[in-house]
Design a protein around this ligand. Structure first.
Ligand code: CP
Ligand code: NVA
Length: 315
């Protein structure tokens, strides 16, 4: 994955199959190596620093990145909305140019994807998209890593079913699943479909890598014979005003035992977290089928792999 050196990490579809698998292999290597008692603890990021811009809240992305970078010998700075001049006294362009003089990488969680594009345009160091309204590529890496740990490395022919909002998390999961040759079923209520340009890209990637894509507004149809059932909050950050309307629109989309019973008997459940009970019942969320806490842990090993690859410090 030397090809990722100096490259901005913006969305999953920018990765070739080899690059995606390379990042997943490196993530697994870090997980095995850093967890091994008495094992060699590589510190490839000694002397490196990462600026982490957060315009929104975060538990997993912030803590996994800060911890993972420290583990690799680097330093990560948390820059929340009221910590820096960005957005109040300073533009994204100037912020990008200045942070590039201090830091080896800039990670950013933003509202509008345009902010990531702007950051990537002007930063002279690699940028990591840590969630925008369109993409969450760090999450798809963790999801795919979790699935490979569970099912084995070859996921081709397996079916992933998304039930819920056509959002940022779906976009990258669908793109990444298609790259690995999986079938992608998507159930979203009318009016909450995923981005059509991204869906077209998912279909193109699926055709290239041997998978199929289906979309529906019937949750049970997407889940039928699926190996993986995935959902996310119905109300993403920034959509809080729409809470009541969304709850109504997503009625019938809760992932519960009954819906899971339509999937393959060995099907697993994923959720990027944070989770609300309306989109997934406790009986599924805390069941043995649920891999959600492995998935959360894998956010750390995968972001470590991305940073090391961007800096060309892959061991
Ligand atoms: N899954 C995820 O990105 O969680 P946070 O919002 O807590 O970072
Ligand atoms: N779709 C959610 C994901 C949170 C990790 C959001 O954008 O708020």
């Amino acid at each position: 994955i030397q090809s990722l050196k100096g490259v901005h990490f913006v969305s999953t579809d920018q990765l070739s199959k080899e690059e995606l698998q390379g990042l997943l292999d490196l993530s697994k290597y870090y997980k095995d190596t850093y967890k091994a008692k008495g094992g060699l603890k590589p510190k490839p990021l000694e002397g490196d620093s990462m600026a982490m811009i957060f315009q929104k809240r975060s538990t997993r992305t912030r803590v996994s990145t800060e911890t993972g970078i420290a583990m690799m010998g680097g330093h990560a700075l948390f820059l929340g909305p009221s910590d820096i001049q960005l957005g109040v006294n300073e533009s994204m362009r100037d912020t990008a140019l200045v942070l590039s003089r201090f830091n080896s990488i800039i990670l950013a969680r933003v509202y509008s994807h345009n902010d990531i594009t702007e950051l990537a345009k002007y930063a002279t160091v690699p940028v990591i998209n840590a969630l925008s309204d369109l993409h969450h590529p760090l999450q798809s890496l963790a999801d795919l890593m979790t699935l490979q740990e569970h099912f084995g490395k070859d996921l081709s022919g397996k079916t992933v079913a998304w039930v819920g909002d056509g959002n940022n998390v779906l976009h990258d999961l669908a793109l990444g699943s298609a790259i690995l040759g999986m079938n992608v079923n998507i159930a979203t209520p009318a009016g909450f479909e995923c981005n059509p340009t991204i869906l077209a890209k998912v279909k193109e990637l699926a055709a290239k890598h041997g998978g199929k894509v289906m979309t529906t507004s019937v949750a049970a149809d997407a889940v039928a014979n699926a190996d993986v059932v995935v959902t996310d909050t119905w109300v993403s950050m920034g959509q809080e005003d729409e809470y009541a309307a969304r709850l109504k629109a997503f009625d019938g989309y809760q992932v519960n035992k009954e819906l899971m019973s339509k999937a393959n008997p060995n099907a697993v459940f994923l959720h990027c977290l944070p989770r609300h009970p309306e989109e997934v019942a406790d009986e599924v969320f805390y069941s043995p089928q649920s891999l959600v806490f492995d998935e959360a842990e894998n956010r750390m090993w995968t972001v470590m792999a991305v940073a090391a690859a961007q800096l060309g410090k892959v061991e």
